[in-house]
Design a protein around this ligand. Sequence first.
Ligand code: NAD
Ligand code: 89Y
Length: 341
Amino acid sequence: MKKGALIGCGFFAQNHMHAWAAVEGADMIALCDRDEGRLRETAERFGIERTYTDAAELFKAEQLDFADIATTVQTHLPLVELAAASGVNIICQKPFADTMEDARAMTAAARAAGVTLMVHENFRWQSPVRRVKAEVDSGALGTPFWGRVSFRSAYDVYSGQPYLATDERFIVQDLGIHILDVARFLFGDVATISASTKRVNPAIRAEDVATMMLVHKDGATSIVDCSYATRLPREHFPETLIEIDGSGGTLRLMADYQLVVHNAEGTHRNDVSPPLLPWAERPWHNIQESVLNIQQHFVECLNISSVPETSGADNLKTLELVEAAYRSAAEGSRSLTTGHE
Ligand code: NAD
Ligand code: 89Y
């Protein structure tokens, strides 16, 4: 059994805790939050007795196999460095870092300490997205040459996460980061990216719309488009829609998790809706299921000493796309995403 502690008992961490209770091979033994109220509420909700308001005290007092860092991005670097210096494996929420420099410092700290570092990059762990990847890998589409990964919504994300309305960066760093990661997952690493961004909602500080074009190293071109300013007849938050055209067929993951694969063998339609876990709530259940899946993956990696899919090192490539997208949008250029093979 791997013993873990959660650092950051905020809005999204409640999902982590529900998922940890269901993960095989994990036991959460302690909690940390510098906000005493949130710490107490979470401790009571999940029956955790050992609580800390200071992460340094947590690492001094507890014998941990891993730390789950579910704070916002500003505190990731000091907390990851502290966990690594304590010889504790780490799962850290996205966005991993505000800068590539911080991200590299965290991967270096984990490498030097010989601990596993995984970024909680969970969208690729949604079961409909895994199903799309399985279709691609099966060869049912031939070689993909074009794709679109799309997230368009007007859901009020600001009430649960008020910092999204006031931070200097919004949709690319918060949500686009997941959608870019899904594009990497499906079509491989990226040679070039260009982007345009826009703020539509006058009540928020940063961009709430982004359209990105990626040329992948294996030859496919993909469009990654994200919006929190799109009022549709029906709200589909938080569904990611996917289109793939390949040399041998096409795939569409449409609204309501309807999957259509068309090739020479015919047209196959499937409902690939994610399960509604006992603790989950619509419409978040899709994301909540992916939290369980990614945390189970983390523990399995610890058990067999293997590198997680979204290791810190892997996530540098997704973060680099975020940085390049902001550069391209600011300069009106096609940015090169070099540096990580
Ligand atoms: P939040 O502000 O609600 O919670 C963060 C908590 O961390 C707060 O309670 C705060 O007191 C605590 N904290 C901050 N610094 C600390 C420190 N040094 N020591 C101890 N506690 C500290 O934030 P949130 O909305 O839960 O978001 C947390 C992270 O989760 C963000 O990075 C966000 O992008 C991410 N998130 C991910 C998903 C997803 O699907 N992967 C969804 C929502 C949010
Ligand atoms: O923070 C974001 C995330 O990671 O998934 C959806 C979200 O909660 C709002 O955009």
